[in-house]
Design a protein around this ligand. Structure first.
Ligand code: NI
Length: 189
């Protein structure tokens, strides 16, 4: 396993559509996936897409920490104390999604290819997504809130889209280190 170099915004590989990948994965692709996972964990990310490590292929890996999966979802009648186990490490090859409902929500997002910055990005609140695992087994899930946000963010990478492209208010594009000042000002606290 190896920690790979992460492409930063400005690298053309981040702006090109990535190519579909045959499954089951060959040894080279399995090595790439292992390295993507190691690189994501090393960088403290919750997801990474192959173009971010200079490989223009349709492969993403992600996970969602326990307690974050339902963040920012307003579910009528939902028990706020209900168990949220998060989403375990998921590898998706040739992923895609469709939107469920018509609700979007803004929330803070960051990206390993845009280090040090964060911004408010509108995303669909509920989606159904699918793809294959490295063995070629079909995965299909419904997702909401932060989980849905992560999947939309990573699939965007496969289409050459970075989160600032999606932002409606560029005045929310700020350094992560300044977010406390920003929020204090915002709330008048
Ligand atoms: Ni990203």
């Amino acid at each position: 396993m190896a920690i790979l170099k992460i492409a930063r915004m400005g690298q053309p590989v981040l702006r090109r559509p990535a190519a579909s990948v045959p499954v089951p994965a060959d040894d080279e692709l399995r090595r790439l996936i292992e390295d993507m996972v190691e690189t994501m964990h090393d960088a403290g990310g919750t997801g990474i897409a192959a173009p971010q490590v200079y490989v223009p292929k349709r492969v993403i890996v992600f996970f969602v920490e326990a307690g974050r999966a339902r963040r920012s979802v307003a579910e009528p009648g939902a028990d706020p104390a209900a168990e949220d186990e998060g989403i375990s490490l998921t590898v998706l090859i040739n992923p895609d999604y469709e939107v469920i409902g018509e609700t979007q929500a803004d929330d803070w997002e960051g990206c390993l290819s845009i280090p040090g910055l964060t911004g408010q990005v509108p995303r669909w609140q509920r989606i159904r997504y699918w793809g294959q695992d490295p063995d070629g087994t079909q995965i299909e899930r419904e997702a909401a809130g932060f989980h849905a946000r992560v999947v939309q963010h990573e699939i965007d990478h496969l289409n050459g889209v970075l989160y600032p492209d999606r932002m409606r208010r560029l005045d929310t594009l700020i350094f992560t280190s300044e977010i406390d000042s920003y929020l204090d000002e915002d709330t008048g606290a």
